[in-house]
Design a protein around this ligand. Structure first.
Ligand SMILES: *Cc1c(COP(=O)(O)O)cnc(C)c1O
Length: 407
């Protein structure tokens, strides 16, 4: 054997000077074994030799595949700490479980449905209080200082209306009263939006979505620069059993390497598709943060590097015609979730918001004709043709719907 290969820099973040496209590929290589594999192996082990130099003891509290992924996800958001979990909901559980009886969470009223369910059906039972408000309304910022919450819970853009929240301004108000600010960054990923650099204390993502990008496993992450929050996340990972499997962590580490080129493509496709729909007769409205018609277009441009890949539109159809439209699609799979290379479509009125009373749905703008596209990385002309074909069928098969064609 000749001389040892040179050691790589091991600190975290290891390659701080590199750009996200480079770091997504090179940051997660701390543990790649001794035989020199280019890609780190899967450490499929529940336990480790006691006293090993890397400090691992049992996979619930750490595994080299977690560390590799955590290095990458911390690097992407230029953060000091990242902790990975078995799902986005596990990451939400980790954060919320660090609160105590009587603590107040001020949450955006349009947060992800399963976050709402977790708050209302689990944590409120243990005495965590949650008050919901519209964080796109600046008049509400006063309430942060008045109510002195422990935690402010944001999501931007929101689902499915893609409302944008001013993370910097909310963080400023929250910090005046010592509250921490969390942003659920799932719809963007750290490549499109960096909540910590906008002043938030915690950036949470379901890595199931864009970060992994291939719709083949679940995962979650919390990144922070706050040492105390970092410790709480490590504690929650092991104490609550919220760890991912080494295989899933490996899959997500594999997926994240192509996050940058995927996001570029998602954004390009989504913008073209949104513009197409905006021009199309019959379509009532189209919401996409990087469309000029978006009510918070300027704010979106300030805090996001691109519009991400989600487009919501009201096709101006009744329920039966919308269902026919969904059935007529070939390339868009009618399914929950988002952020994969394959295009998906969901119908908020009967899926995510099925249990929301009609009056509230109407106030939120979620009528029967509203659909949410997760625009994939296919050729955009094929995606548009698929939608056109399905729309033609939906508009024409039912005479009642001809009214939808009126301007
Ligand atoms: C999917 C999603 C979650 C939950 O993530 P899972 O990995 O499905 O548990 C949380 N927040 C948002 C915004 C999501 O879209």
């Amino acid at each position: 054997m000749s001389e040892q290969p040179p050691q790589r820099a091991q600190s975290n973040p290891p390659h701080g000077a590199f750009r996200p496209e480079t770091r997504a590929i090179h940051d997660g290589l701390r543990f790649r074994g001794h035989a020199g594999p280019v890609v780190p192996p899967i450490y499929a082990t529940s336990t480790f030799l006691h006293g090993n130099p890397d400090g691992y003891d049992y996979t619930r509290s750490g595994n080299p595949n977690f560390t590799n992924l955590e290095d990458t996800l911390a690097g992407l958001e230029n953060a000091a700490h990242a902790t990975v979990f078995s799902s986005g909901v596990a990451a939400i559980t980790a954060v919320t479980s660090s609160l105590k009886l009587g603590d107040l969470v001020l949450a955006e009223e349009n947060i992800y449905g399963c976050t709402f369910r977790l708050f209302s059906q689990v944590f409120e039972k243990f005495g965590v209080r949650v008050i919901y408000m519209d964080f796109s309304d600046r008049d509400n910022y006063k309430k942060i200082e008045l109510l002195e919450p422990e935690l402010v819970w944001l999501e931007s853009p929101t689902n499915p209306m893609l409302k944008i929240i001013d993370i910097e301004a909310v963080s400023r108000s929250a910090h005046k009263v010592g509250a921490s600010v969390l942003v659920d960054n799932t719809f963007c990923s750290g490549f499109v939006q960096q909540p910590l650099s906008l002043g938030a204390d915690l950036s949470l993502s379901s890595t199931t979505k864009y970060v992994n990008g291939h719709s083949d496993c679940l995962g979650g992450v919390v990144v922070t620069n706050d040492d105390s929050w970092g410790e709480k996340m490590v504690f929650a990972q092991k104490a609550l059993g919220l760890n991912p499997s080494p295989f899933d962590a490996w899959l997500i580490a594999r997926g994240v390497k192509t996050l940058a080129p995927r996001m570029h493509r998602h954004q390009k496709n989504a913008l073209l598709l949104a513009r197409h729909l905006e021009e199309r007769s019959g379509v009532r409205w189209v919401r996409y943060p990087f469309l000029r018609s978006h009510p918070q277009h300027d704010l979106a441009r300030r805090q996001m590097s691109g519009g991400s890949g989600i487009v919501t539109a009201d096709l101006g159809l009744d329920l039966a015609s919308t269902q026919r439209f969904l059935a007529n699609l070939t390339l868009f799979t009618f399914a929950e979730s988002l952020g994969g290379v394959e295009s998906l479509i969901c119908h908020p009125a009967t899926m995510t918001h099925a249990s929301v009373p009609r009056a509230i749905k109407e106030r939120l703008g979620i009528s029967d004709g509203v659909v949410r596209f997760s625009v994939g990385t296919e050729h955009v002309e094929d995606l548009i043709a698929d939608i056109e074909y399905a729309l033609e069928g939906a508009y024409h098969e039912q005479p009642d719907c001809l009214t939808a064609l009126a301007p």
